[in-house]
Design a protein around this ligand. Structure first.
Ligand code: ADP
Length: 559
């Protein structure tokens, strides 16, 4: 059955058509004004215009401008086809009833099919639009590590795909206080706000046991689209949907949305999808926030530690110098004769003061390097001079320990651009360690040569550092026949305060700062340090410094 309007002022035709189409809802009008009024108040499936009526074309045009839905059929007396662009079918005065009925039914069927098609198209367009919104929302989720932004993207996504009247998002993991984000079409009075807060708490309670906060703790962030209009309590009669927002395995908060018209099942799916999608990025954002805060704390601690070391070292150095001077005065007999055991204790005290001032100097150096305040005096210099200096200054110590300290150098190595004092410090550290960790009767050898980066080989632990090298390098090696270092401890030896557990290192003492200082001093020269060692056989500590200009005939192969 269809709803049909017949526009004609011919009484016989009105009678004829009302009889023929009696199984349909049939209405007739006989002039322009009543046609327009009727069309404005009703929805028809078909309008039959009688061509004989006065001003037929005009009436058709006006009706067309009001409604697009009905099918237009023109009844003509004389088979004359007119106004084609508005017309879907034609009837003639002399047409038998059977033909009229079939023409009307056919039109109704086509009309229904078209309606279904347009409904399907509309649904399809809606689904596509929603998919698009979901896609762009999840892209936004993926690109953000900011909790507040993520919640806003979630609400924006819901607004675009569901067009709500009000959302209430309770986020309780963002700040000290739980935050209630209200995104509302219209303004909300204070009484209504209290009711919404209470409702949110009840919603929250239905998910979690007791809320860890009171209603007055809630901070409200309100966004109102049309503040001139107000919501009343009948807002609670609107259709609503509610979902938890999780944070991985934990809950983050909840969201409730209200809409005056009912939500469909598609709306519910879309709503749940968005509320679930936000979970993972929220978790990442929380982790990111935690990492950032931990980093911040670590940086602060590191700064405090460096400052502390620097202050303490300075404070220790002054009294230590006074003690050292006093011991020197005592030991040279200026204050009277000292007996044999007195001399023994005095020299023990002097040795320990030396050791302590060595440790304090190391601490000061390290804090200066780490604060970027170390002074370097770069100049063109030769590594031979550094090796000579260190060998001469540590020869006595080596001899005292019954060790043979020798240098096997490649002659005439090219100059490098470096701070000779800092390189002496590095080499002194390495040779002192070799002396410390080598039993008497053995030999310590300082070697030097020039090598291309590709020819430099190191064990697995230092491979990554070596791979970064390019060009020519002066390589210095300190080889001992001492206690050695196990492979698992090789990298750790370069950590601050590291002392590899073995019988000698405890006895030998030290700050555990020599190697990390050497490493950082060399890095300031664009150089590197590495080590090869075998327990109970000995160690080889190498360092390499870049050479800028090297005469080709002097390139030697690394051993
Ligand atoms: P330390 O002041 O303790 O010598 P280092 O940073 O110079 O500090 O060395 C760190 C640790 O590496 C030492 O305590 C020792 O265990 C190990 N080490 C360094 N050089 C040698 C070496 N030539 N032979 C054996 N072990 C060594």
């Amino acid at each position: 059955m269809g709803k049909i309007l017949f526009v004609s002022d011919r009484i016989d035709k009105i009678k004829q058509y009302s009889d023929i189409l009696k199984q349909h809802e049939f209405l007739a009008v006989d002039n322009e004004a009543s046609t327009i009024e009727t069309v404005e108040l009703n929805q028809f499936d078909i309008i039959i215009f009688d061509n004989a009526i006065n001003n037929c074309k005009n009436i058709m045009k006006k009706v067309k401008s009001i409604t697009n839905k009905p099918s237009f059929i023109l009844l003509t007396a004389d088979d004359k086809i007119e106004n084609e662009k508005y017309i879907n079918a034609f009837l003639t005065d002399n047409m038998p009833a059977s033909l009229i009925i079939s023409a009307i039914n056919l039109n109704l069927k086509t009309q229904k099919s078209l309606e279904q098609l347009s409904e399907t198209n509309k649904n399809l367009a809606d689904s596509l639009y929603r998919l698009n919104v979901l896609y762009s929302t999840s892209s936004k989720f993926a690109g953000s590590l900011d909790k507040e932004k993520l919640l806003n993207y979630m609400i924006e996504g819901m607004d675009k795909s569901l067009s709500f009247d009000l959302t209430c998002t309770l986020a309780f993991c963002t700040e000290d206080k739980p935050v209630l984000m209200l995104n509302s079409l219209y303004e909300i009075s204070d009484e209504l706000l209290s009711a919404i807060k209470l409702r949110t708490i009840l919603n929250y309670k239905s998910l979690f046991d007791n809320p860890p906060f009171k209603i007055e703790d809630i901070k409200v962030v309100k966004t109102v689209k049309y503040p001139a209009k107000h919501f009343t309590f009948n807002l609670f009669e609107y259709d609503n949907m509610f979902a938890p927002i999780s944070l991985g395995d934990n809950f983050f908060g909840c969201i409730e949305i209200f809409k005056e018209t009912p939500f469909t099942s598609d709306d519910a799916t879309c709503f749940q999808t968005i509320a679930q999608q936000v979970s993972l990025p929220l978790k990442s954002a929380t982790l990111y926030q935690e990492i950032k805060e931990t980093n911040h704390k670590l940086e602060k601690l590191e700064r405090l530690k460096s400052e502390f070391i620097s202050i303490v070292s300075h404070e220790l150095r002054t009294p230590l110098t006074a003690i050292k001077n006093s011991l020197d005065i005592l030991s040279c007999g200026k204050c009277g004769e000292i007996n044999e055991s007195g001399i023994k204790f005095l020299s023990m005290a002097q040795r320990n003061v030396e050791r302590l001032s060595g440790i304090i100097n190391d601490l000061l150096d390290l804090s200066k390097i780490e604060a970027g305040k170390m002074d370097y005096h770069f100049a063109n210099m030769n590594i031979h001079a550094v090796i000579d200096y260190v060998k001469t200054s540590l020869n006595g110590l080596a001899k005292e320990k019954g060790l043979n300290l020798i240098a096997e150098e490649t002659p005439d190595l090219p100059e490098i651009y470096a701070d000779s004092q800092r390189l002496e410090q590095v080499l002194t550290n390495l040779v002192s360690n070799a002396i410390k960790f080598t039993p008497s009767g053995k030999t310590i050898t300082i070697r030097s040569h020039i090598a291309d980066a590709a020819q430099i080989v190191a064990n697995e632990c230092f491979k990554q550092d070596i791979e970064k090298l390019s060009g020519k390098y002066i390589v210095v090696c300190v080889e001992d026949q001492g206690i050695g270092i196990a492979e698992k401890d090789l990298l750790r030896a370069f950590d601050k305060f590291a002392q590899i557990e073995n019988s000698l290192s405890r006895k030998a003492g030290g700050s555990g700062l020599g190697l990390p200082i050497a490493k950082q001093l060399l890095e300031a020269h664009n150089g590197i340090i590495w080590c090869d060692s075998e327990v109970n056989k000995g160690s080889r500590f190498y360092f390499a410094l870049p050479v800028s200009q090297i005469p080709s005939e002097k390139i030697l192969i690394a051993n």
